[in-house]
Design a binder for this molecule. Sequence first.
Ligand code: TRP
Length: 443
Amino acid sequence: MGIREQWQSRWGFILAAAGSAVGLGNLWGFAYRASEGGGAAFLLLYILIVLIVCLPVLVAEMVLGRSTGSSALLAPVKAAGDRWGLLGWLFVIAPLGIGSYYAVLMGWTLDTFFHALFVGLPSNISEAEMFFGSISSGTSVLLGQLVSLLLTAAVVAAGIRGGIERLTRWGMPILFALLLILAIWAATLTGTWEGYRTFLLKIDVNQFFNPSTIRNAFTQAFFSLSLGIGIMVTYSSYLDKRKQLPKEALSVASLDTAVGLLAGMITFPIVMSFGLKEVISGSTVGTLFISLPTGLGTLGVTGRVVAILFFALAYIAAITSSISLLEVPVSSIMDRLGWNRSKAVFVSTTLLFILGIPSAMNLNLLGKIDSIFGGVLLILGGFVLSIFLGWIVPRKFDEDLSECNSNIRVRRYLKFMLRWVSPPIIAFGLIVSVIDLVKNWSA
Ligand code: TRP
């Protein structure tokens, strides 16, 4: 096997990692979780979890990748021996699970984009629901899923620099620009303040104790940061020793959270100004694809332009995330079996397509697979990661961070958090989430 590829520039890595983080989770996931009733309590919990719990874990994941220079499958074994092989498998299985339905969501996004572009927007809620029904079933959903997977595969096949870094380097700036323009536009709507207030500012203290709100906040934090299952391990394995990881982690987390908030400042005013609040709470996974186009539909040409921009933005966000999901199995296969990139991409993509068919056919199932692979497993992964780098191989953590000359106080702080703070809080989040999930499913 040849020499391992490396990112071309510091920004190449940050934009790629931020590209992985910023995705449908920030737009679709944030909108639907925030609308499940947690309000500002959900938002506050989510931000606290990111700051207190996720940041140290993010650094830990990066350290694991860089210090071993291995794919997610092999990194734990390389760091601590064969006994940790299972962790490597968790790191590969979870992205496969997420990647399978992520392509389905991308398909919906693409269909909605084309519909807004060529046909127009729905004129009322029932029309929107009918349209969503048509894109989320039958051959049209499979087609959208397939096209999205093929696009993703094409980028990953072109490699780290030639594919992933190149796409994120132009995609992310466009995404940020579009997001800002749309947020400014949304600030001028009549229902804007009502929207901010209802979803982002109104704190209902009881919600802090609502298990579903707690689960939503943990899930949103981990999912949105692409944390807990080896994405950051994989991306960091292509990183050289000079980069100061704590700083990179902070940039990635800030960009991701900023995008989540900005996205909320776009979606919620739209939902509120067109009196769609009731609708949003009635449908969960379809929120973004039903109420948004309906709201925008009442605004004539402006609404249509906004919808086209928004779904274009969503698709860019999604593809910079889906490439990270595909890169995990691809790099693991290359590492483990010594295959070349194209063959690994072909096999992984085919696998993702097949695994995604059940979710494509059944909305309910998609929601369930999301709560397991995109929820509980990430929180579990985050828990194991903090134990792993905080207690099992703490030397790796120290060595790697001192090699890149990161500030000693920052390093001490991170290690303290990783050992004493993250594990109990994540364990709490995990237990609450599992119980809440079981209760919801058996209800
Ligand atoms: N973070 C991405 C989003 O917000 C999705 C994603 C990509 C992801 N890779 C991941 C989620 C790894 C969890 C783990 O849409």
